[in-house]
Design a protein. Sequence first.
Lengths: 189, 286
Amino acid sequence: MTAQERSPSLAEAAAQQPAEHRSMPLWRRPFTWLIVLVGLAFALLPAWGDNVQLRESLLLAAVYITLASSLNIILGYTGYVNFGNIVFFGLGGYICVYLVSEWLWPLAAAALIAGISVSLLALIFGLGILRLRGAFFALATIGVNEAVKAFVSNFEPWAARREFTFRSKFMSRSAGRDKHGPSTSSLLR
Amino acid sequence: MIGVIASIIDGVLVGAVYGLAAMGLTLIWGVMNVINLTHGAMIVLGMFALYFLASALGLPPYGAVPGTIVIGFIVGVLVYWIAVHRVIGRAHLMSLLSTFAMNMVLIGLGTALFSTSPYNVPVPLPGITWRGYTFTGTHVVAAVLALLIAGLLYLLLYRTRIGKAIRAVADNREAAELNGIPTTQVLSFAFGLGVALASVSGTLIATLFPFTVLSGGAYELKSFVVTVLGGLGNPAGALMGGVALGLIEGVATPFMPVSWTPIIEFVLFVAVLILFPRGIFAFARS
């Protein structure tokens, strides 16, 4: 069975789009305006009133949009079936929160460093497993996924205290609101 | 030292059951180029089939084994027609996504019906004592049954007409069809067979350890490791891969916390995939 021969990859399908669609100026494409509209909604809706729940939901939705875009790049454009994508999502979160809560870095710098270091890690993984194709690549990413999961739950600095709390100056406003669990100061030595 | 050897032997006994589970996965891959992500759910199916056959019908645990094979086969053929038939021969993403979705449906159904609380099938069986170390009786019986079923699979594949047809379809579906083999029926039979193997290995695992609806995932991953060790699509290699995995677990257990063994397993898994994509027992094929 020659599965690969019969199925054009998604990238090929994209290349087959009508030529006039690609040359159309940006402002005449309906999708551009849809994106602008959604972006405006994300920017403006939280400003209306002090609806915390709406703000949090929008934040979560934005996270999911980013996550889906990252999956779209690897799965949609390159055609690799990647089950390990979420590894980098989780590791980025861990590194960022670790830097903020333990080393008291500002959030923006921590997020940047977390992103860069996780990208480097992905580069190293990629050099190894991107040589595999099709189902073999998919299996290898399952392996990476499980290995990292097992590593994180055994790695002392992260696993010993599963619940991190922000205690930087940056986040002090929300830290005081924490209703459940021990207070910030008691949780961190 | 005796403790280490005993741990290795015990690991190999359990590894034979992992090998049986992986044979189901590798059979389906070898015949139709589909990675069956419902594998974990099918292992759980076997566990619950045993639980209900043993507790509701009052069958002895090992008397229920043929029943779980039949149930697994029927469910496998159903899953083939629902989720697999339409995606055979298409991009890997299609079959991965459709079996993944089926897995979610089945796990969700199981969670709704049985909740995620642990179940246990008590098997009254004396252990075998050797130099002051006792091997659990269920481990020995499970390993023997796993080898027996693997032998039966071998007989089916190499000594019967349907087995010949399965091997022909795996080799070249078009040529098999031209020779008058109803390839679609053969594919559904092979899928049912693969699922039956997953189900019966789940039954054997359920006699060893307590289980929940969600425990399929861990065994599915072990099956992937075993399959890759033995070479995708190579049932004999899968059994050896299972024994090898059991050996690794047996060697590692006395020396490090159990929670670290998955890291070794999966690093090995990725390394084998990159270095020996045809499996470390590739010679067994020729």
